[in-house]
Design a protein around this ligand. Sequence first.
Ligand code: ZN
Length: 160
Amino acid sequence: MEIADRCVVSIHYTLTNEGGEILDSSQGSDALAYLHGSGNIIPGLESALVGKQAGDKLQVRVEPAQGYGERNEQLIQQVPRRAFQGINDVKEGMRFQTQGPNGPTSVMVTRVAGDMVTVDGNHPLAGQTLNFDVEIAEVREASEEELQHGHVHGPGGHHH
Ligand code: ZN
């Protein structure tokens, strides 16, 4: 069957950035299963898969606007070290959950200088053009329960 809304699609993929560096890959693990038409994956990849079938291979180039968005400099903030109560050793690369205006969000420490800590709330892939190498493993109809939940159950999906 062809990929359309209300399908469960399983894909193997390798994601590289513009420099050819591999950022993520499903090789060696389960195929990624997602519910098509529910925004489970980034828009640029989802729209490129419409009408494809199991066994198809394709390369998809996704600009930031159709991926994880542009980088927003306002999401980079300086906070005093004492804001990190209970954490003795704040280091570059650490990730923290914080409460943002739109719910919980993840920030990464990008710099520690004296008593000030710089944190960046951008998605790590924001501002990047992404290249996906995709092979479609399986396409099936979603169950009623999956449609209600808005995500896939079983291998490569949610277990609950
Ligand atoms: Zn569910």
